[in-house]
Design a protein around this ligand. Sequence first.
Ligand SMILES: [Fe+2]
Length: 183
Amino acid sequence: MNREEALDSVKANVENNNLVKHMLATEAIMRALARRLGEDGEEWGLTGLLHDIDVELTEGDMKSHSKLGADLAREMGASEATAHAILCHNEAHGIPLETKLDKALFCADPLTGLIIAAALVRPDKKLAGVEAKSVNKRFKEKSFAAGASREQIASCSELGLELDEFIELGLKAMKGITAGLGL
Ligand SMILES: [Fe+2]
């Protein structure tokens, strides 16, 4: 499966455009994390791109969410490592994060929401003007984008990254795909 096939499949299974954008943003951060950690950018990027492919199919059933996604990824020819990372990114299954890829997806996923929210509160609603220090400030405001779990984002420490560095890396990665994100 190449990247285009993966994206086609995401679009075929996900109607909500914001959700597709969330997966594109996660892909971008995953690629940047792979580069930073000397890992496989293709595999890590695909993991981010596919990770929520089943959200609409599972209709909010958290017991199925990410199990189906992992199966779909496998059927598409994704690696077992990708399928595992997708499976355990949903904490409802209680499956421990084992690999670096598992841990990377887990912390990258909520960072996208925090950064998008930081862009949307700006008068121009653009990502270009968002600075890492303002995302850092927003991180500390618990009520801001409350759905973006701070604990989960801060688990970047499991990969040996300081929070500041992770936020900067994620912001830079997402700024690289502003056209795709429409931000
Ligand atoms: Fe997600």
